[in-house]
Design a protein around this ligand. Structure first.
Ligand SMILES: [Cu+2]
Length: 147
């Protein structure tokens, strides 16, 4: 009888760990580009990895009136930027937001972004179970990408 109850506890713990992992999104190297005087837009970058797979459906930040997901891509030898409504984060794959690629466009900044500041960005993540979660990320303000 004792063996069975131990096994049950282990199973329950395993289940809890699994649910936790599903909620989790790994975020690394989050940074936002410092602004110069009068600049009203900037961009933020980070690496995202979802263990179970999820969809990034939006973002917001107290420092900008609007935050959009953008993608830069070459189009007939011209670098173009376009807004993407949402972005799939396949299970276990690192998606890099970086200059020249995906970025969070910070539009209509309410304050200048000074080097060394920390900018909160709230990511809106839709899980495979269709639940919407919010995750706050702190992006370090820098004038160049972290190495
Ligand atoms: Cu952009």
């Amino acid at each position: 009888m004792k063996v069975i109850s131990v096994a049950l506890v282990v199973a329950l713990l395993g289940l809890a760990a699994c649910a936790e992992r599903q909620a989790q999104l790994e975020v690394e190297s989050a940074w936002a580009r410092a602004t110069v005087r009068g600049q009203k837009t900037s961009a933020a970058y980070m690496h995202l990895k979802s263990a179970q797979g999820a969809t990034l459906v939006g973002a917001e930040s107290p420092v900008a009136r609007i935050v959009e997901l953008h993608e830069m891509r070459m189009d007939d030898n011209v670098m173009r930027m376009r807004a993407v409504p949402k972005l799939d984060l396949p299970a276990g794959k690192t998606i890099e937001f970086k200059p020249g690629g995906f970025h969070f466009m910070l539009i209509d900044l309410k304050q200048p972004l000074g080097k060394g500041d920390s900018v909160p960005i709230t990511l809106k993540i839709e899980g495979k179970d269709n639940t919407l979660r919010q995750l706050e990320v702190k992006a370090e303000v820098r004038d160049q990408p972290p190495r």
